[in-house]
Design a protein around this ligand. Sequence first.
Ligand SMILES: Nc1nc2c(ncn2[C@@H]2O[C@H](COP(=O)(O)OP(=O)(O)O)[C@@H](O)[C@H]2O)c(=O)[nH]1
Ligand SMILES: [Mg+2]
Length: 248
Amino acid sequence: MNIEAYDDLTIILPTLNEAENIGPMLSELRSLYTAATIIVLDDNSDDGTHNIVSQISERDERIKLVVRDVSDRGLSASIVDGIMMSTTEYFIVMDCDFQHPPAKVAEIARALREGGDLVIGARTDRGALPPFRRVSSYAAHLLAYTYLWFKDQPESTDIMSGFFGGKTKIVQATIKENYDAIERRGFKILFDILKFCPRDITIKEIDFEFQPRSAGQSKISPLVISSIIGQCGSVGRTISALMTRLIS
Ligand SMILES: Nc1nc2c(ncn2[C@@H]2O[C@H](COP(=O)(O)OP(=O)(O)O)[C@@H](O)[C@H]2O)c(=O)[nH]1
Ligand SMILES: [Mg+2]
């Protein structure tokens, strides 16, 4: 095994209309993590994202492209599929719009190799989010934190993070055992993993500064945020129903 080249790692990149970001992201990841496997799961972008990946993957056998079925669209579904396809010891999920710094993958990988079962990239501030998103992100976190605390499940300081890694076998087993309970159309798969993972799992956190989006548009709407809150048991479902009425 060539640890410095990261051949024990799969990087999972979900994409939806990221034509401007995907090329630079793949080339930066490849220059930093020369032997890592990279899986791009594209939800049928109509801006040519998957054509760009397809061309790059012809020259790089460790870059794999999945163009997903239109009937099963969803950020969580894409990430779940990526984790289930991984064959390396570790995986790391990240956004491809440079809000998660590619250099931080090395720190998450190190924490996994040093015994973390789940390693979460925790945003030190959410200044890159517009005010409504920032407030909603904290509100969703607080509700999710309370939910996990009541269920006696492991918590994190950033349950809504989309930047995390895990020991592949442990997370695959958690997904397999709870496949039907996982919200495939959801946006926050980490919350689902924390809900269902073994209680004695070792969790580590790596702080990072959340960057502004490099190019293109965010796909998260207030309705999506409301649906995340709806994942937090009956209290969450009530708040979510109220929010949806107010914003739609
Ligand atoms: N496959 C897939 N990727 C998505 C979907 N929605 C967003 N993404 C990707 O997930 C990452 C985070 O999405 P983004 O819109 O930037 O969310 P934000 O950072 O919370 O505003 C980006 O790489 C997006 O391209 C989706 O429905 N399916
Ligand atoms: Mg983003």
